[in-house]
Ligand binder design. Sequence first.
Ligand code: NAD
Length: 521
Amino acid sequence: ILRSLLNKKVPLQLGRVCYSSSSVPTTKLFIDGKFVDSNSSEWLDIPNPATNEVIGRVPIATQGEMLAAVDSCSRAFHSWSETSILSRQQVFLRYQQLIKDNIKELAKMITLEQGKTLADAEGDVFRGLQVVEHACSITSLMLGETLPSITRDMDTYTYRLPIGVCAGIAPFNFPAMIPLWMFPIGMVCGNTYLMKPSERVPGCTMLLAKLLQDAGAPDGTLNIIHGQHAAVNFICDHPAIKAISFVGSNPAGEHIYERGSKNGKRVQSNMGAKNHGVVMPDANKENTINQLVGAAFGAAGQRCMALSTAIFVGESRQWVPELVERSKSLRVNAGDQPGADVGPLISPQAKARVESLIQSGVDEGANILLDGRNVNVKGYESGNFVGPTILSGVKPSMKCYKEEIFGPVLVILEAENLDEAISLINNNPYGNGTAIFTTNGATARKYTHEVDVGQIGVNVPIPVPLPMFSFTGSRGSFRGDTNFYGKQGIQFYTQIKTVTSQWKAEDATLSGPAVTMPTMG
Ligand code: NAD
């Protein structure tokens, strides 16, 4: 696959960006506008999740390399923040076109490193592209406010201004979309950006950086480092970094939120989830079953908005056998194979963890209606595959309910009525997403008002908002107070300067000093 990516038809110069031509391909750093080899003595393997063959290596950037990357961001900030907003807009207008032109190559890289199917990988790029397209509206998004004549001859107005060097720390499951939630919005506002992609899937971010350079982003406006905990702590601690965007698991997100905030930085931290789909007996049965199957098992369940928990209300429980049959029809295969529906998990450790959570459900008394362990994928026997798995009779006390499984496992609970379903969900600590399947408007309205979850779908299984809105996961799924992208994304990456000015006519001279607090009345 790598060889096919390197052939002449690929418009990107992959070798220069990501891999060297040595027999063990290595990922570069992107520092001050150059794709450079790391001097690190510590490297991590990048295995193809479908085969576990090592396809590349990624460096743990050295302290000196990380400092060079931040210094480059700091040097570039002054001129980039003073670049006209129209010029910044032009960079991102060119960028969105380049992403469109290279969507297939970006998707191939995602499938190679992350494992998801090619069609799903294109969706990953496309959802990120939509954020870049939205960033192109910066001339409206960054408008300030004005209030004339707040008192005689006095006006107040606000500017939205960039805040400085910002940093992004990304997870493995959306190698294009999530980095594209981060640096395009940060940069179009006039900030410079330090990106740390997931060390498991660095290739896509490198390609995106090359495209951004081709779109005209000046040297130093985006820098990329690689690594794990040391790189994360470096970002949390470096005084030049003013804001951190994090997406990933709860242990990492809580640590970064606390350490970054303690150091006076803004932090937005999107974390784990347990998303419930409530199936009402009046729902459209065919659509609901199809939507549940797609949202539970698509991307092998490795989506923070995967619908991993179904609550069947009342008589709708009779649909479970059909749900099981439909799930059996999904094809488990390597992501680049035609017709694949469910690809591999990211690592052997992830596979072992998912399998042990399935076993814990069985041990605690759940019924295993479909068992995807020991799935046989011909030609890919060493891959990290788990097939669609369904556990019913699950109770809130069970480990498979309490933990985010992040695999192709649907756990099923039952409720007598809507109130019981809502109370179950509101007692779960996570608040990322949820969906209700119903044909009754009053039921849907009650649900959307009473369920304590930040993103709600009504007959929409994965309600990830488009970028004119924001990604509003809540409770245990989010730390911070300003969400990703949309209006909130612009707020996160800007600060407000409020100017109050008075221009008096020449004859309106003050009669003496005013020593009392100005009331402007
Ligand atoms: P992860 O937390 O393991 O890794 C995310 C990033 O944090 C990586 O760049 C990694 O290098 C770093 N990291 C990992 N562990 C760390 C630690 N202990 N201290 C400091 N840094 C650490 O997450 P992942 O496995 O890559 O991604 C899956 C998780 O991300 C799931 O929990 C999923 O729900 C969540 N996720 C959430 C959203 C959302 O918007 N809410 C979106 C996608 C994924």
